[in-house]
Design a binder for this molecule. Structure first.
Ligand code: ATP
Ligand code: MG
Length: 420
């Protein structure tokens, strides 16, 4: 688990601000659920046979002898909360969340044990158009952050019956070739055969290129639905490709599944993944509620943003992730001057400027160096002589020869000059 240090948090805040505004424009409301849930919620919601539940959860007995788990993902908790608070009787719900998730995995670049997701859940909609709208919500968020090199892949997992039929076909086909399968995949033949499709083993992948595909197993309605999703994406001009082997890691998905990957991330390429989960709400004790959602990995998003910022130093990503400099740096020395500077800093901050007040009392030359390093556009200089005369010097740090002598008591004139 990692600390987020001040050199990084400003980037996170910038991204979070864009995220909030983006969801606000699309009518999604934020929900905040606890980090801890009863283990059963995930076992039932995500599925016992998944990697997340089988191998990755942080679970423990609490003092009341209940099995608790640090949430490994957001959807099950959001659905639990929606059911528990009766949200679903109030019509469809457009929800989003951001926060830490916990999975016991092997840490590496873009993969941590505590990581953060931004996610959306749209509960109570079934149309193919809602699938397209939700996918575009993710796509446009990434685009609005200035991220480049994205690839959208979609697939349809069909209905439960489609998947059952396909599962039987696939198992029969793979069983006849099981000596070519890796050990992990052979085990999945009985527990979770669809997951074999996204095995990372190259030999297994090669074998699978000949295997029957999910899309061929879809019934007519499912196939038409998938066509419709695609036509909406085409209408919005969103580039995508179909990946017949895209199955998502959690058991609750059906019909549309999708992933957005980046060519900047190496092995951990998936930035965002999601899909439709029409059975989950009912399974967790709520009314039958068709739903769709996605989750995006914040750490991976930051990696792609940093790559975009490095590729184009004037681009949006670079500006977004740049550290903000103070508007004004106050150079001050001498007893009376330091009091005046303290008062002035408070006045200017109160008026909405960001102000760095040098606290050191060091020589002016040292303070000037710090002012330059701070990146501030302006410096205010106050020595005891100035303080006695109720004067400050406002000096541009970006162009030579621009300076103003101003009255300390008339500090608001600073605002007028900075506004111009
Ligand atoms: P992966 O195949 O990379 O393990 P996943 O299918 O387990 O991903 P999801 O459960 O769909 O991932 O979560 C959605 C997103 O959350 C992922 O696309 C990724 O960006 C991010 N994510 C998942 N697990 C981690 C992790 N351990 N560390 C950092 N980000 C993660
Ligand atoms: Mg995973």
């Amino acid at each position: 688990m990692v600390d987020l240090m001040p050199a990084q948090t400003h980037r996170w805040q910038a991204v979070e601000a864009v995220v909030r505004a983006h969801f606000g424009r699309s009518g999604f409301n934020e929900i905040r659920t606890p980090l801890l849930e009863v283990t059963e919620l995930f076992a039932r919601g995500i599925g016992e046979a998944t990697d997340v539940v089988g191998k990755e959860m942080y679970s423990f007995q609490d003092r009341g002898d209940r099995s608790c788990t640090l949430r490994p993902e957001g959807t099950a908790s959001v659905v639990r909360a929606a059911v528990q608070h009766g949200l679903l009787s109030q019509g469809p719900q457009k929800l989003w969340y951001v926060g830490p998730m916990f999975r016991y995995e092997r840490p590496q670049a873009g993969r941590q044990r505590q990581f953060h997701q931004i996610g959306v859940e749209w509960l109570g909609v079934s149309s193919a158009r809602s699938d397209a709208e939700v996918i575009v919500l993710a796509w446009d968020l990434l685009a609005s952050l200035g991220v480049i090199g994205l690839d959208l892949q979609i697939n349809s997992l069909g209905t439960t019956e489609d998947r059952q039929r396909y599962r039987d076909q696939l198992v029969a086909w793979l069983e006849a070739r099981s000596d070519h399968l890796d050990a992990d995949s052979r085990q999945r033949l009985t527990t979770n055969p669809l997951r074999i499709l996204d095995s990372k083993n190259p030999q297994t992948q090669e074998l699978l290129s000949e295997a029957p595909t999910l899309l061929d197993a879809l019934c007519d309605d499912s196939a038409q639905r998938f066509e419709a999703v695609q036509s909406f994406l085409v209408a919005m001009g969103i580039p995508f490709s179909i990946n017949e082997r895209l199955v998502r890691g959690l058991d609750y998905y059906g019909h549309t599944a999708f992933e957005i990957t980046s060519n900047q991330l190496g092995a951990q390429a998936t930035v965002c993944g999601g899909g439709r989960y029409d059975g989950l709400v009912h399974q967790l004790g709520g009314p039958v509620t068709p739903s769709i959602g996605w989750a995006l990995g914040m750490e991976r998003l930051l990696l792609v943003l940093e790559a975009a910022a490095a590729a184009d130093s004037d681009g949006f990503a670079a500006r977004l992730t740049a550290r903000k400099s103070p508007d004004i740096f106050i150079v001050n020395r001498g007893e009376q001057a330091e009091t005046c500077a303290l008062v002035l800093a408070r006045q200017l901050r109160g008026a909405g400027l960001s102000v760095e007040l040098d606290p050191s009392g060091a020589a002016f030359s040292k303070q000037f160096k710090r002012a330059d390093r701070s990146g501030a556009a302006w410096a205010v200089i106050i020595g005891d002589q100035e303080a006695k005369a109720d004067i400050m010097l406002l000096k541009s740090l970006q162009s030579d020869n621009i300076e103003h002598h101003l009255l300390l008591s008339d500090w608001e004139s600073v605002l007028v000059i900075l506004r111009d």
